[in-house]
Design a protein around this ligand. Structure first.
Ligand SMILES: [Cu+2]
Length: 521
């Protein structure tokens, strides 16, 4: 049993809430029953409770209290400026969770209600997004869907049932626009692991790796590597993209984001502790791409990665690969069997990015010396490797066609992105697509640009059904990379009513139009 912290006490007292709820010294289950409201799976405290809590600004009122007790939070997060020591004499100031980078690893149990108190100690309203969870809009953390902001210097208590099991993460969901200190350019990222009811097997220990760049800057143009993805460019999409480029009134390239500093778990390669391993050990790496805009790769010389889960969902066919490619906001869980003793660099294939820090050291017991890097042979990333062989997904009830296009430098020098001709309007937030509960939808995504877009669907997962020209089934994800001038099909079941955001997970794309809302009708 814990006492209320001061800010929350003030909030509750101001509202008279403490008196009205008699949950002192009760456990959480009893609290919910006593409030007279049955809490179904994936919902929040009664509106009377959460509503009072969500908008509280403890800085504005002060009431002394003694003896008030309250169900303790499982985790408490403070959104605040912190210092990240990426290397000695290289300390970065950025917005963080609890003053650290990455934010604390949050471990939840599948299906077991959890309470998280989130304090916003900054001067700007914030959104705290539970990426990849099947939860209600009220806690999802997306203003576009209608989640309330956590006010500047305010707090929010979130009560929900975490699901589904697996590797999820949390991050800010605010618009950064031209502000490179905001949104996912900042250090607001942390991993979530939702323990499955039946534990995964086949490994000896876990390591969590958060891949993240710092010190962003704008440049004009800049090409994204895309030849690592399987599949071919579609001539009609190329023609559309080239025509748009030719017809664009502005010929200067739109702004793109670059970074000076690259880290794994907040440390540049060569700094921080190496990961120490023993021969024969099977290490399960849970890898999160916490970038604002980058696609990452990872290799460990002399070793392979046995991919067992993508975005936290076990894959139908675990497969060994020499290289991982991880789109913005994607996660991979992969087992590496340590059978090549030495001191190795596990790092990004891009030499510049690795030189600027994107890597970590794997050190076998008893081995010393300079960490070695050996570039792997070129490897094509093909999601279908991990799919169910020789099966096709069930037919959808409806297919929704989407065309993604770029208007060169059209928004104050930034590229504007459109879905079926329209850039998302942050003011009206009008839903573009309409769902009926229980139906299965196929999203047929046509990319009329040469960029890769890591496409994300909130509050649901989808099944890859066609990617890189190949049909597949059984691979569930919540983000998937759509190749330049390619088509990708993903299916999802409308099983979590409420506004649902779909967007490209590149901050620079989502901020400039690349979002759409689904509603349930
Ligand atoms: Cu994009």
């Amino acid at each position: 049993m814990l006492y209320l912290n001061a800010g929350l006490v003030r909030c509750l007292q101001v509202s008279g809430f403490i008196k009205s709820l008699k949950f002192i010294a009760m456990d959480r289950r009893k609290f919910i029953q006593s409030a007279g409201v049955a809490i179904p799976v994936a919902t929040v405290l009664p509106a009377t409770a959460i509503g009072l809590l969500t908008s509280c600004n403890p800085a504005t009122k002060s009431v002394a209290t003694t003896g008030a007790k309250y169900p303790p939070a499982d985790y408490t997060i403070h959104i605040k400026i912190g210092l990240v020591e990426v290397a000695p004499q290289h300390i970065i100031s950025t917005t963080t969770y609890n003053g650290q980078f990455p934010g604390p690893l949050l471990r939840f149990k599948e299906g077991e209600q959890t309470i998280v108190d989130i304090y916003n100690d900054t001067d700007s309203p914030e959104q705290f997004h539970w990426h990849g969870q099947f939860i209600p809009v009220s806690v999802d953390g997306s203003a576009e869907e209608g989640t309330p902001y956590i006010p500047a210097h305010g707090m929010r208590r979130e009560v929900f049932v975490p699901k589904p099991a697996g590797l999820r993460f949390y991050h800010t969901h605010t618009v950064a626009g031209a502000d490179l200190s905001a949104g996912q350019y900042s250090g607001q990222v942390g991993a979530v692991y939702i323990e499955p009811k039946n534990k995964l097997t086949g490994y000896d220990r876990e390591e969590f790796l958060m891949l993240k760049e710092f010190e962003p800057y704008f440049m004009r143009g800049g090409d994204m590597a895309s030849d690592f993805l399987s599949g071919k460019m579609q001539p009609e999409l190329m023609a559309m993209g080239e025509k748009a480029e030719k017809d664009a009134p502005i010929k200067l390239k739109g702004y793109e984001v670059g970074y000076k500093t690259f880290t794994i778990n907040g440390k540049q390669l060569g700094h921080g502790e190496p990961i120490k391993v023993k021969p024969g050990e099977r290490v399960l790496f849970h890898i999160v791409n916490g970038s604002g805009s980058e696609i990452r790769s990872l290799a460990l010389p002399g070793h392979t990665f046995k991919v067992i889960a993508l975005d936290g969902f076990p894959v139908p066919t675990p497969a060994e690969v020499p290289v991982l490619w991880i789109g913005t906001a994607e996660r991979i869980s992969a087992i590496v069997e340590m059978k090549h003793p030495g001191v190795w660099v596990m790092g990004d294939l891009a030499d510049d990015d690795r030189a600027n820090g994107m890597g970590t050291i794997i050190q076998y017991e008893g081995q010393t010396g300079k960490p070695q890097w050996v570039a792997p042979k070129p490897f094509t990333w093909d999601y279908t490797l991990f799919g169910k062989p020789n099966t096709i997904a069930p037919e959808p009830d409806e297919t929704i066609k989407m065309v993604f296009a770029k208007q060169n430098a059209a928004d104050n020098g930034f590229n504007r992105w459109t879905i079926n001709g329209a850039a998302f309007d942050m003011m009206s937030k009008t839903p573009m697509f309409h769902l009926k509960q229980g139906k299965r939808y196929r999203l047929q995504m046509h990319n009329a640009s040469d960029d890769i877009h890591p496409m994300h669907l909130h509050r649901h997962s989808f099944e890859l059904t066609k990617v890189g020209g190949k049909t597949t089934s059984g691979i569930r994800k919540d983000v998937a990379m759509l190749g330049g001038y390619q088509v990708m099909e993903v299916d999802f079941v409308a099983d979590n009513p409420g506004l649902t955001l779909m967007h490209c997970h590149m901050q620079l794309h989502m901020d400039f139009g690349f979002m759409a809302l689904f509603d349930y009708i």
